[in-house]
Design a protein around this ligand. Structure first.
Ligand SMILES: Nc1ncnc2c1ncn2[C@@H]1O[C@H](COP(=O)(O)OP(=O)(O)O)[C@@H](O)[C@H]1O
Ligand SMILES: [Mg+2]
Length: 265
């Protein structure tokens, strides 16, 4: 898993025989201060086909981040299992091909945009000049090439979000996990980031799983949306979004999906 770790060779897309991600019967309990285990996820199953975009939608506290953490290998499920490209996650070795974009941008304030993106490459043995070249290419990909020497405090929220996205993309991940990545942005900037993400997805074709509580975001971005129910978190329904792109949030077909998903939450 790479937010901050890395070496780097360009990655070929993995073989298409398996879904990129399989979650099968996953349950999770967390210990609480009172000693009563908190049942956070119950029997969650889903599949994410390679190159597709899955949205996970649900109210706050219903276990979305926990599910993403389990997919990323950061948290171990108590029951069930996760496979990445058909390999059980405990045996999966190529975690560098899985990137995780957290809810907060986690930029280092003392580093420039370019040096923040380079950070994702520093765990490997890549020469400094090559790190810089790749970081600048990633910044170009997110349309931020003119700001590589800017510090985070000099950037707007949308620009910071682009830097975080560039850092997630610099290792050319096959799988990109995103936890409410645009939730702190204003509506207009968020909408711009949706367009950017879809443009990059068309180019790079990585598999994306993103978590959101924003129904419109789910419908605009996803090929399929898993709606979670709370306490314990479980899959209420999975809804394929059978619409072409781009999707105008005010178009009648889009608003129909939005209404349908709202009714499910
Ligand atoms: N490490 C942890 N230890 C104990 N409880 C946790 C931990 N992580 C999450 N929780 C609890 O699990 C529930 C689900 O949390 P989370 O997955 O963050 O939900 P969501 O992302 O949908 O808001 C919450 O009640 C939260 O307090
Ligand atoms: Mg969360």
């Amino acid at each position: 898993m790479t937010e901050s770790t890395a070496t780097a060779a360009p990655r070929a897309a993995s073989a298409g025989a398996h879904p990129a991600i399989t979650v099968a019967g996953v349950s999770k309990w967390f210990p609480t201060a009172e000693g009563q285990p908190l049942h956070v996820l119950e029997n969650v199953s889903l599949e994410v086909p390679e190159h597709s975009i899955l949205g996970i939608l649900g109210a706050s506290g219903c276990g979305k981040s926990t599910l993403l953490n389990i997919i990323s290998g950061l948290v171990t499920p108590d029951r069930g299992r996760v496979c990445i490209n058909g390999v059980p996650s405990g045996e999966f070795e190529d975690w560098r091909s899985v990137s995780y974009m957290f809810q907060e941008d986690r930029l280092l304030p003392w580093r420039t945009a370019c040096r923040n993106v380079e950070f994702a490459l520093e765990a490997g043995s890549m020469p400094k000049a090559e790190r810089k070249r790749r970081a600048q290419a990633a910044l170009e990909l997110v349309d931020l090439s003119g700001f590589s020497d800017a510090f985070p405090y000099q950037l707007s929220g949308g620009m910071r979000s682009r830097v975080a996205l560039a850092r997630s993309l610099v290792l050319e991940p096959c799988i990109l996990l995103m936890d409410e990545p645009f939730s702190r942005l204003d509506a207009q900037t968020r909408s711009l980031m949706h367009t950017e993400l879809l443009r990059i997805h068309r180019l790079k074709k990585m598999t994306i799983v993103f978590v959101t509580h924003d129904v419109e975001e789910a419908v605009v971005l996803a090929d399929s949306v898993v709606v979670m129910a709370p306490r314990p978190g479980r899959v209420r329904e999975q809804v394929p979004i059978e619409l072409g792109r781009p999707r105008d949030p005010t178009a009648p077909q889009v608003t129909q999906y939005i209404q349908r998903l709202r009714a499910l939450i």
